[in-house]
Design a binder for this molecule. Structure first.
Ligand code: FNR
Length: 368
């Protein structure tokens, strides 16, 4: 890694020079014409911060407890698939860095290191597991038992991916998992393990998902999942008050407001735009979190002011990994944490509870 890296963008630019082109396209792309991908950033830019002054910020405290997990700050790492394409440290390196920085790491079902390998490399990290439900339900049940045994602390059920969205670059590239890697949570001999291969004019990951994931899922299956494990169940991919209310009704402990890094349906709102209606509907009852477009400390601040209890970064962790493996992720998180602390100091917030709803307004308020 060549310093100085002062912002997440520096990691992104460096990683773009290092990561193989097909993998890079897979990591950075959004769905369709990528309107929502750009919106995930643009919507943050349209929010203004109203800082307060003279409030003793000599000791800024970012500690928090989320779903019973004590964290050093309210930023975790979102699940992203196939991380060994970015660096051989892979998911284990990412998880280790998260632990060193007092964050949560969410492991994707589609990982290139297994549940057990990640637990071994990062035993002290607070780890959650992101679940995709396979057509073979017994396979899902086996995964649940392995996740519990490996001491993961929560289950994150992704509900916005019955099939995968069209990411044009992956189709053009005939994207597939490099042959030295495999989906490590599955038996090497099984079709679930290394099936990410593409035909001409297709994306291997989309083909894989269509053949393996259970697209019949409904909220009844969420009820099944909640009953099938003692871990708290979080649903990821909620963008409406209606689905937030159902998540509460069907026993979920938390929600991640997310548009999947704008990789599923184009023209959905930015996550930060959808956050207020979800918070209004269920924010007093269950833990509302957010991912999508978080790149700066002030983005974290804005999401917390609008009612998120914590946020997650997806691509930034991939860029950190690409730049320097586990150490690169740690450095990226350090940069982001420092930026968040500066934002807290300069807004007069000593503790997270001082970040109030009226400290963030839409730019249109200033145009009146
Ligand atoms: C993802 N995301 C994702 N989500 C999930 O539930 N399971 C997964 O396996 C993946 N895989 C994945 C791969 C890549 C390359 C990306 C970029 C994203 C979505 C992810 O968890 C998260 O919602 C977004 O990445 C958040 O947006 P940012 O931080 O990347 O802007």
């Amino acid at each position: 890694m060549a310093p100085p890296f002062v912002s997440v963008t520096d990691f992104e630019e460096e990683a773009h020079k290092i990561i193989d082109k097909k993998a890079l396209d897979y990591y950075r792309s959004g769905a369709g014409e990528q309107f929502s991908l750009n919106l995930n950033r643009e919507a943050f830019r349209r929010l203004r911060i109203r800082p307060r002054c003279l409030r003793d910020v000599s000791n800024v405290d970012t500690n928090c407890t989320v779903l019973g997990n004590q964290l050093k700050w309210p930023v975790g790492i979102a699940p992203t698939a196939m991380q060994k394409m970015a660096h051989s440290d892979g998911e284990g390196g990412n998880a280790k860095a998260a632990g060193e920085m007092g964050s949560v790491f969410i492991l994707s079902t589609l990982s290139t290191m297994s549940i057990e390998e990640v637990a071994q490399v990062a035993p002290d990290t607070c780890k959650w597991f992101q679940l995709y439900v396979y057509k073979d339900r017994s396979l899902t049940e086996q995964i649940l038992r392995r996740v519990e045994k490996a001491n993961f602390k929560a289950l994150v059920l992704t509900i916005d991916a019955p099939i995968f969205g069209q990411r044009w670059a992956d189709v053009r590239n005939n994207f597939s998992l490099p042959s030295h890697l495999r989906l490590a949570n599955f038996d090497t001999r099984s079709s679930q393990s290394d099936g990410v291969h593409s035909e001409e004019g297709t994306s291997g990951i989309n083909e894989y998902v269509a053949s393996q994931f259970d697209a019949t899922l409904t909220w009844k299956d969420v009820e099944w999942l909640v009953k099938s494990t003692y871990l708290p169940v979080i649903v990821k991919g909620v963008l409406t008050a209606e689905d937030a209310v159902l998540a509460r009704e069907f026993g979920c402990a938390g929600i991640i407001v997310s548009n999947h890094g704008a990789r599923q349906l184009d023209y959905v709102p930015a996550s930060i735009e959808a956050l207020p209606e979800v918070v209004k509907a269920v924010g007093d009852d269950i833990v509302v979190m957010l991912d999508g477009g978080i790149r700066h400390g002030n983005d974290v601040f804005k999401a917390l002011a609008l009612g998120a209890k914590m946020v997650f970064v997806g691509r930034p962790a991939i860029w950190g990994l690409g730049c320097g493996g586990s150490a690169g992720v740690r450095e990226m998180l350090k940069v982001l944490k420092k930026d968040f602390e500066i934002t807290m100091s300069l807004t007069g917030c000593q503790k997270l509870k001082d970040i109030q709803r009226n400290m963030v307004v839409h730019e249109s308020e200033y145009a009146k």
